[in-house]
Ligand binder design. Sequence first.
Ligand SMILES: [Zn+2]
Length: 368
Amino acid sequence: MRIGTSSDDVRRRNLSAVLTLVHRTRTTTRAELTRRTGLSRSTVKDLVAELVDAGLVEETRPAGGPASGVGRPSPVVRPSRRVLAVAVNPEVDAITVALVALGGEVVTVRRVPTPTVPTAADMVRIATATIDRLRVGLPAGSAITSIGLAVPGLVHAPGSTVQLAPHLGWHDERVGELLSTATELPVFAANDANVGAVAEHLFGGHPQADHMVYVNGGASGIGAGFVVAGELLGGADGYAGELGHTYVGGTKACHCGAIGCLETEVTQALSSVSLDDQARRLGIALGGAINVMNPRLIVLGGFLRVFPERAADTLHAAVARHSMAGPRASVRIVAAGLDSETLMIGAAELAFGPLLADPAGQREAAIG
Ligand SMILES: [Zn+2]
């Protein structure tokens, strides 16, 4: 606790700590919350009761053991499945919309194929109509907090504005504002690979994920997100992680103006003949990332999942040629733990951010 803060500030911060732990662990106990927060048992009991009253968590008493007294098992605390975020991911060929419950559980996914590359206005129209349909089927008492938008491009995080999404042809699109006006929900946008990195870091089930690189291969190219000491590396404007535009050899012109970029040389159209060649080029980029970031873990998502599964030897040999022995020694290269749900869970994490940071304030805002 900081000295000089009011008791209300302390209570709000403690509520945030408890709700965040419940969200990230998905199932925990009051005893475990007491241990991990360092707060007293009675304080945690009161905080959990407040979160239960707000409809944010559910508390149940496990079966077995005496009904009271010594040896009584600690109550189980879970995030409420009725607290939802919407995740939206525009791609060159589809708009995907998902409902994700607190705790990072994907409840429903709708992929709406588009006949042409969607404009920002198309995305807003399709996402809004899909959200309206999903809302109809929700159980009573459900609440959608906000929308997280995962965009394959450079997203100026504070304004939720897409500076450039080259494959979508979006330039300076105020997507956050447009989608928020249409749905009357708050919208938070970020780069798709950056939110994927957050999802794999928090929910991917990877040990030692505090120094991690997530690389995503999507229909709109390759992006990456870097987790450094447990935090996403945003860069000055939120543009960090453009590993797809590092030079990996080759002569193909890239839309970014350079030649031989990772995303022009390693593409979704993988044949078994090209797989080894593409694994070698991916290894060049990953070797560079290992030298620069010294990660413990590299997670490959989207179509890049095939490399650790089907071309591991070639990939590791290329990484060995293009990185130094020291930082390479402890790094593991694995496929994404969340499979196709990585981006949806990551986008929802953006949307849950304000609620997790201040559960009491969000509740007051909802009531007011
Ligand atoms: Zn490029």
